[in-house]
Write a protein that binds this ligand. Structure first.
Ligand code: NAD
Ligand code: IPM
Ligand code: MN
Length: 352
């Protein structure tokens, strides 16, 4: 019997609705496998925890998480209670940084049965590799001066190591897929970082002569995501560019509620973390209508990461079959609840 020890942080808002849903699917998947089980250990770290304890997680929180094989997280942020910069730097970004989860993998593809806002959504299938540790998301800077001269400065930091690592990861991934890699740049003289990014991209590409490459300015690239997403296979992007592109990726699939993500630690020193692209959705929290697909597809990515690719594919198949049958939450045009959708996925999985 293979047993996986997973740390679970539902977090805020709909994280508390979609995480239990995805755990049900993971348990159903384990049953289908037969020789697999999960031990989920839940941590109540969120904005309510902050209001009680003055911090988003205990002092030794990271040390506690470190002994797990993976972290499964819902969403962090409840701006009505705690300012986002406190909750996010105190939990989500802290884990990504301290656990050196330097790559964020975010797939998007056309799913039959979900109405995409695109005129021609047919068969796009792409993965954004987002640099996840530096770039525009730097801690260097802050507000300075008061009064009339006040300003805010944020230094974008692009290290050779971090840039090359993300680009190389993306080349490796493209080689396993359709052999095409697009670089998201903005090298037209505005940001000092981007000509540097381009140089590293060009240099690393020498090691992958069989991979076709393209490079677009991020503004044009964002537009191409909408007008012709079919031209993309793998896209490599800096932290902020990747963040924005992947919400567009979610939007062209039909809802932010279905996009998955994996924060990957490459050096094996710390666990990787699996959390969907969407946030805590305070506007629909408590209604039981949150789309569980983003979290369930994220669970599929965790299964892949733990070495259960075949089972992961079965979860994806069951999920797509449920959607195709019309059992859908309101954000993708249906009337089903989170629970109804989840139950249907679990029962399809068990029938496979
Ligand atoms: P959001 O993703 O929470 O919500 C944006 C819109 O999408 C809302 O209308 C919401 O109802 C809808 N939506 C999101 N997920 C959905 C789902 N599963 N099913 C159906 N509809 C869904 O983004 P926001 O409103 O910008 O942020 C809300 C809070 O979440 C903020 O505190 C923000 O910082 C945080 N946030 C956290 C993460 C994370 O933890 N990874 C990601 C993004 C935002
Ligand atoms: C995401 C989110 C986070 C990010 C926020 C909540 C800090 O938008 O995971 O996409 O910008 O990385
Ligand atoms: Mn985002």
């Amino acid at each position: 019997m293979i047993k996986h020890e997973i740390a679970v942080i539902p977090g805020d808002g709909i994280g508390n609705e979609v995480v239990p849903a995805a755990l049900n699917v993971l348990n159903a998947a384990a049953e289908v496998h037969g020789g697999l089980s999960f031990k989920f250990t839940e941590f109540p770290w969120n904005c309510d925890y902050y209001l009680k304890h003055g911090m988003m997680m205990p002092e030794d929180g990271l040390r506690t998480l470190q002994s797990f094989e993976a972290v499964f997280l819902g969403a962090v942020g409840d701006p009505a209670k705690v300012p986002d910069h406190i909750s996010l730097w105190g939990l989500l970004i802290k884990i990504r940084r301290e656990f050196e989860q330097v790559i964020n993998i975010r797939p998007a593809k056309y799913i039959q049965g979900i109405v995409s806002p695109l005129v021609n959504p047919n068969d796009f299938d792409l993965i954004v590799v987002r640099e996840n540790s530096e770039g525009e998301y730097s801690e260097v800077g802050g507000r300075i001066h008061k009064g009339e001269d006040q300003m805010a400065i944020q230094n974008a930091i692009f290290t050779r190591k971090g840039t090359e690592r993300a680009i190389r990861y993306a080349f490796e991934l493209a080689a396993k897929r359709r052999g095409h890699l697009t670089s998201a740049t903005k090298s037209n003289g505005i940001f000092h970082s981007m000509p540097f990014w381009d140089d590293v991209f060009k240099e690393v590409s020498q090691d992958y002569p069989d991979t076709r490459t393209a490079s677009y300015h991020i503004d044009a690239l964002a537009a191409f995501f909408v007008t012709r997403p079919q031209i993309f296979d793998v896209i490599v992007a800096s932290n902020l560019f990747g963040d924005i592109l992947t919400d567009i990726g979610a939007a062209i699939m039909g809802s932010i509620g279905i996009a998955p993500a994996a924060n990957i630690n490459l050096n094996g020193k710390f666990p990787s973390m699996f959390e969907p692209v969407h946030g805590s959705a305070p506007d629909i929290c408590g209604k039981g209508i949150a789309n569980p697909i983003g979290q369930i597809w994220t669970a599929k990515m965790m299964l892949d990461h733990l070495g259960h690719q075949e089972l992961g594919q079965q979860v994806l198949d069951a999920m797509e079959a449920t959607i195709f049958s019309g059992i859908k939450t309101p954000d993708i045009g249906g009337k089903a609840s989170t629970q109804e959708m989840t139950d249907d996925i679990c029962s399809r999985l068990k029938k496979l």
